[in-house]
Design a protein around this ligand. Structure first.
Ligand SMILES: [Zn+2]
Length: 317
């Protein structure tokens, strides 16, 4: 597979939601109270669109259906600026709180809304809090049946709330069970150290850790010809958003590093790379996934999962 090395493939993805949609606010700010909190999403999306414009780059925006309903101009503005519009579901429920029927409804509501608003097909999905896991493996078949071309919801790390640590750290095909239908999976960037993969792709990891964590992860991904999928939320760039009565860890994860986030992201986006929306690189991502194989979320063990990517401990860092 020796070939001259093209610039690394990278994608900035934005999960477009309001600050009160976050999982840390679940149960504290109830759904029926969402209307009581001022909307900040348009201001923050505009800030991000201006940043992409300055860098002359495009990304993938996973837009929440609830945002599209309340702010009907947002998806169109994002699409008109040349970015990919994809789905973040509608109600921002972790998939653990849904079942195949309610998930299908949540998914198709957002897909139809976004397609109607932009006039373009929606083919990508990211679950709230990366909640595609063995317990919610049924989501894969619902995504395939609903016409999605890829999923970006499996975080190959250990975390108490999410994560499939044994999943590959690069694009792969995913199935709910061995022999099941497969879908392209595009995981967020991780940095492998010895046998562990560390999350360095964005969100709280981006704001709480020194920036060199993400930079080391990017450098390692480049050296292994892995694409780097990064993720951010509009509220992460909004130091003035109203403060919710969150628990201590929620406050720490949500309100740290907001003032410097824009400059930090601009610094990352200034690195030379092929920064493109996921949908624009689907052919290349599928080709990479073919070299990795199929990973089954359930009923698989290392023998029945046919992934052939090198284990983290065997790869250079
Ligand atoms: Zn979200």
């Amino acid at each position: 597979m020796a070939r001259s090395t093209p610039p690394p493939l990278r994608c900035v993805t934005i999960d477009v939601e309001e600050y009160f949609h976050i999982e840390a606010a679940f149960g504290t700010v109830k759904r029926e109270q969402w209307n009581n909190w001022p909307s900040r999403v348009e201001r923050n999306v505009d800030l991000l669109l201006a940043l992409f414009e300055r860098r002359k780059q495009h990304g993938t925006f996973f837009i929440l259906g609830d945002v599209a309903k309340r702010n009907p101009a947002v998806a169109r503005r994002i699409a008109d600026a040349g970015h990919e519009v994809a789905s973040h579901g509608t109600g921002h429920d972790r998939l653990h709180r849904l079942n195949p029927e309610t998930f299908r409804d949540d998914l198709l509501t957002s897909k139809k809304l976004l397609e109607d608003q932009t006039g373009r097909p929606v083919i990508g999905y990211r679950a709230p809090t990366f909640s595609v896991m063995p317990q919610t493996a049924w989501a894969i078949d619902v995504l395939i049946d609903s016409g999605f071309a890829y999923d970006a919801s499996v975080f190959p790390v250990y975390h108490p709330m999410y994560g499939v640590p044994e999943a590959p750290d690069r694009p792969f095909f995913i199935s709910a069970k061995p022999g099941g239908a497969t879908l392209l999976e595009v995981p967020p960037l991780t940095w492998s150290m010895k046998r562990r993969k560390m999350a360095v792709a964005g969100g709280g990891y981006f704001r709480l850790l020194p920036l060199w964590f993400m930079k080391r992860g990017l450098r390692q991904a480049d050296s292994q010809s892995r694409p780097a999928i990064l993720y951010f939320h509009p509220w992460e760039f909004d130091p003035e958003m109203p403060r919710m009565p969150l628990k201590f860890t929620g406050r720490l994860r949500t309100y740290t590093g907001l003032a410097s986030a824009e400059a930090r992201l601009e610094g990352i986006m200034s690195q030379p790379a092929r920064w493109t929306p996921i949908a624009e690189s689907l052919g290349e991502l599928r080709a990479m996934a073919r070299g990795v194989g199929t990973f089954s979320l359930t009923g698989g063990d290392s023998a029945s999962n046919k992934c052939t990517y090198p284990a983290p401990s065997q790869t250079p860092s």
